[in-house]
Design a protein around this ligand. Structure first.
Ligand SMILES: *Cc1c(COP(=O)(O)O)cnc(C)c1O
Length: 356
């Protein structure tokens, strides 16, 4: 039986993405070849890459606005260093907002390149909120933030007006809600949280911000080289890019980001209402900063954990054990998780209350 998959990433993808990917592994587009054995330089795969890159910009509303979409390898963690390499001037500086483990990892890498100012941090509160009052150095080369904090269950609901290039790690909420994406100059996202299987990272960058650092950048880490090569500077992750394209098509065919947002809000409301209503549970993130993607919550009485765990497992739920830095539970409700899965979880929480 198909599980209700709340995994934080890699995570649930649309059923049709699983089916079409499986088909393409056996026979890609009736070519008599598997997607796993074709050349990345083949006409068929170039078409996949071109369509995926164009569809990203279309869904984000960035077509014709000077942006390029790239599908790179090595994960979002590689962007933690590619961003300063490509944007921080020699002897320059950057400003970072510290809202969680991933933001912190990005800061650590930036420090290897130059002066890295942390404009605000919620670390002392175990990252249970998003800092809102801070000033960003007007002479920083860029400002970096993390739109959704996958581990701590918080999400930025608004973004500062910076006057300098704004970089955002959107690994865990890209394509999940409507934003003015043109306020960002560089967006990156590991595919495995909302877009595809692990193995590719999406980078969307406004071309005009590149090429101003005075640094010599190794080719593989140079966004301009990847743009020039149409995202095929080296062998791209062929299969993850194909599966990501299928997800992007699914998003488009189901009404685009606006339609995703509507369902995501309904799912989040249903679960958070139950967390707040049910006397056995409490949420960990401050209410106004709660993430619609990753809901983190605790049992008020930890000694009942074994009983609750047994109940959700019996209901076919998978992947809601919390991250070790927060404990308790984390329900990740990415685009492909159906509303019915949240209904099942809420029913289990109610049944658990009845038993207690
Ligand atoms: C998972 C995650 C990352 C790290 O992604 P990798 O692809 O494993 O390097 C970075 N940022 C955020 C917000 C994440 O959720």
């Amino acid at each position: 039986m198909k599980k209700h998959n709340y995994s934080a990433g890699p995570c649930i993808l649309p059923q049709e993405v699983f089916e079409k990917s499986a088909q393409a592994i056996l026979d890609f587009n009736g070519s008599g070849l598997s997607i796993l054995e074709i050349s990345h330089r083949s006409k068929d795969f170039i078409a996949v890459m071109d369509e995926a890159r164009a569809l990203v910009l279309e869904l984000l509303g960035l077509t014709g606005k000077g942006y390029q979409a790239l599908f790179l390898s090595s994960g979002a963690s590689m962007e933690f260093l590619m961003v300063p390499y490509n944007l921080m001037k020699e002897n320059g500086k950057a400003a970072y907002l510290d809202t969680g483990t991933w933001a912190n990892n990005a800061i650590k890498e930036a420090k290897l390149f130059g002066q890295t100012e942390v404009v605000a941090s919620s670390k002392d509160a175990n990252y249970n909120f998003i800092p809102k009052d801070y000033t960003i150095l007007a002479d920083a080369d860029y400002f970096h933030c993390t739109s959704n904090n996958t581990i701590f269950g918080t999400q930025m609901k608004s973004f500062p007006k910076t006057g300098i290039p704004m970089v955002c790690d959107m690994s865990s909420d890209i394509f999940s809600r409507v934003l003015d994406f043109s306020q960002f100059d560089l967006i990156y996202a590991g595919a495995q949280k909302n877009m595809g299987p692990a193995g590719t990272t999406l980078v969307v960058v406004k071309e005009e911000i590149l090429g101003h650092t005075g640094r010599t950048i190794p080719s593989i880490l140079d966004y301009q080289k990847h743009i020039k090569a149409d995202s095929m500077y080296n062998t791209p992750p062929v299969f993850p890019v194909y599966a990501s394209l299928l997800t992007l098509q699914w998003i488009k065919n189901n009404g685009g980001i606006a339609a995703m947002e509507k369902i995501n809000n309904a799912k989040a409301e249903l679960l958070y209402n139950e967390i707040d209503r049910n006397p056995l549970f409490r949420g960990t993130a401050q209410v106004e900063d709660r993430s619609a993607m990753n809901a983190t919550f605790l049992l008020n009485d930890e000694s009942k954990a074994a009983e609750f765990d047994q109940m959700w497992k019996a209901a076919g739920i998978s992947g809601i054990a919390g991250h070790r830095s927060v404990g308790g539970y984390r329900a990740s409700m990415y685009n492909a998780l159906p509303l019915e899965s949240v209904q099942v979880l809420v029913e289990v929480m109610r049944a658990f209350e009845q038993k207690a």
